[in-house]
Design a protein. Structure first.
Length: 297
């Protein structure tokens, strides 16, 4: 049996035609939705979620295509539809999920891929998202802009999964534990933060979701860029309080992360930290504190 967040109630919630999300819920008070990253599931929030549930309703779903949530258009192995994994679509899932649980407005925090979904939710649903946190990403349009030359090799998986359907899925499915485990090893500042049973749960979940994970990434090389560019050209910005916490990738890749985020946000608290990528697992007390501070703004 896969690990669960102790004290959380699990259920499946329909959010779109033929799509239900696996979600863990606990606590009471103002709602906070936490979205996981790659190559993980909602379990990455286990420590932060338990902390916040002391005085908030905490909602931790597996994103569509990940974990125990449904994986639309990803049943044939190589034909997942990128449009089904546009961040606009995935953000609409989260708004529908919160509404189904009785919350018309909520705070939203995302890490990695979940942060891109959160970013899109903030732009598309400004009256619904009260507060926003994005952990260790850049907006999709900016991410592609800063990857150039040999330093772009750090993001090789982005380019691999951007390729047309077929080859990326077959390559990753040939050695999924090696592929997904590579990122768990490379990006962890403290490997002890991901114990063996959690690592196994992540690898099991990813192994069963190769086509949908690739489709999620492929969308970020196409439709997600189109949506971001349209918003940038139209002057759309995030109007709710935003906290961004990230490693200092700018120093390595030659960009000013805070400046890139300021171009999108009216009320930004940008923090650079020394943790590894999996910061909600490596420094959960600090992340929970930062989210609580965000919620007071």
């Amino acid at each position: 049996m896969a690990p669960v967040i102790p004290g959380f109630d699990y259920r499946r919630v329909p959010v779109a035609d033929g799509v239900s999300l696996n979600v863990a819920v606990a606590g009471s008070g103002s709602p906070v939705v936490l979205l996981h990253g790659f190559p993980q599931t909602h379990l990455m929030w286990r420590h932060v979620a338990a902390d916040l549930a002391a005085d908030h309703t905490v909602i931790c779903p597996d994103l569509r295509g990940y974990g125990a949530s449904d994986k639309p258009s990803a049943n044939a192995g190589t034909d997942a539809d990128p449009a089904a994994y546009a961040k606009r679509t995935m953000a609409a899932d989260i708004v529908a999920l919160a509404r189904a649980l009785g919350h018309e407005r909520f705070a939203l925090a995302g890490h990695d891929r979940g942060a891109l979904v959160a970013f899109r939710a903030g732009l598309d649903h400004p009256a619904t998202i009260t507060h926003l946190a994005c952990l260790d990403v850049l907006p999709t349009l900016d991410m592609w802009d800063v990857l150039h030359g040999t330093t772009a090799a750090v993001g090789f998986h982005l380019f691999l999964m951007a390729q047309p359907p077929g080859l990326p899925e077959r390559m990753i499915a040939a050695c999924p534990d090696d592929f997904f485990g590579h990122f768990l090893d490379l990006w962890a500042g403290d490997p002890r933060a991901i114990p063996a049973e959690v690592r196994t749960a992540y690898l099991d979940a990813c192994r069963a979701a190769v086509p949908s994970i690739v489709a999620d990434y492929r969308a970020s090389a196409g439709v997600d860029v189109d949506h971001d560019r349209a918003d940038r050209d139209g002057g759309r910005r995030l109007t709710m309080p935003l906290t961004v916490i990230q490693q200092d990738w700018g120093a390595a890749l030659g960009y000013d992360a805070a400046a890139l985020w300021r171009a999108w946000a009216d009320d930004l608290d940008h923090r650079t930290v020394g943790y590894g990528h999996f910061m909600a697992e490596e420094a959960p007390a600090d992340i929970a504190k930062a989210l609580r501070e965000l919620l007071t703004r």
